[in-house]
Design a binder for this molecule. Structure first.
Ligand code: SF4
Length: 315
């Protein structure tokens, strides 16, 4: 299987690039995700020539501007260099399908990086690391996540879904930007989108209906922005239940009433959080495959990423 190109903070792959010469190896990234992801490691601070070891830096709010400064000598400011690095790297990183950053880092952090005032006191509002922030300006739809947040099973599954969907989009729509490819893409994501947001799913359907009427570039750009926003919402249990019931509806003329009832029981147990999502999905998939219901066989909801990742075993 072709591996998916994903950017990563180099320290998460065990590279000893941190300010003190240590690393922050993530076994999940290094040992598990690397089976499917072709990681592109980068340490922004090393890239701009700060060296190893180096003095620590942090985010400082200076006149309402977030700057990256040496902790003990605030005259040493690395913000512009980190932004410039992101500007330079963005074209070569434009074919990534995701990026995993190290949390809390003034260069790499994506969510809630601590900010200090010029007197060295912590501020209330956090910010993004300078490199991650600037890269996001260039690649706003690239799925970005922090390694620490991947310990949360729902955020982990959400990120992995978005990475695989991003690759699917590139390969099967962007490579041949035709209305029929957009329609096929939207069709196979129907249930997955509905699990994340019914409202967004309907709006996306309206955009697809305009394909062939409006310029395709405009449609694709609007579609993928909303698609990305939709999948970024973590799917709620009730939405999953609605989708599972909808899929069961396709089986009603194919299975006995006893089978239907036993699947319904599993969906109810999932709703009550007594079994994991994988349980009703496995049962439904079994009957979908047994009866070769093509429309459902193509649905990404049933297989959004390789089964071996086992992410729905804990949802
Ligand atoms: S968090 Fe980013 S800047 Fe810091 S060591 Fe890791 S890769 Fe380098």
């Amino acid at each position: 299987m072709e591996k998916i190109k994903v950017g990563i903070s180099a320290c998460l792959l065990g590279q000893p690039v941190r300010f003190n010469g240590s690393h922050k190896n993530s076994p999940f990234c290094h040992d598990v995700l690397s089976q499917w992801f072709d990681f592109v490691p980068l340490c922004p601070e090393v890239e701009i020539g700060m060296g190893i070891p180096r003095e620590p830096i942090r985010l400082v709010n200076e006149n309402n501007q977030i700057r990256v400064k040496n902790v003990t000598d605030q005259s040493r400011d690395y913000t512009d260099q980190l932004h410039q690095l992101a500007d330079e790297k963005a074209p070569e990183l434009a074919d990534l399908c995701g990026y995993i950053f190290m949390q809390k880092s003034p260069s790499c952090g994506v969510f809630r990086v601590k900010v200090y005032n010029t007197n060295g006191m912590p501020e209330v509002n956090p910010a993004m690391g300078a490199f991650a922030y600037q890269l996001k300006q260039h690649l706003p739809l690239l799925p970005m996540e922090e390694a620490g947040r991947l310990n949360d099973i729902r955020l982990r599954e959400n990120f992995i879904i978005r990475v695989f969907a991003h690759q699917d989009w590139r390969k099967n729509v962007l490579a041949e930007p035709e209305p029929k490819n957009l329609v096929a893409f939207h069709t196979r994501y129907k249930f997955l989108l509905q699990a994340h947001s019914e409202v967004d799913y309907r709006q996306l359907g309206q955009l697809v209906a305009d394909a062939g009427v409006k310029p395709i570039d405009e449609i694709l750009s609007n579609y993928f922005s909303l698609f990305t926003a939709c999948l970024t919402n973590v799917a709620k249990i009730n939405n999953h239940v609605n989708v599972l019931l909808h899929i069961l509806g396709f089986l009603k003329t194919k299975v006995t009433s006893e089978v239907k009832q036993s699947i319904l029981n599993l969906i109810t147990r999932y709703k009550e959080q007594k079994v994991h999502l994988i349980v009703p999905i496995t049962m439904l998939k079994h009957y979908v495959e047994l009866h070769q219901i093509e429309y459902l066989l193509n649905q990404k909801y049933l297989s959004p990423y390789p089964y071996e990742l086992g992410l729905r075993n804990s949802l």
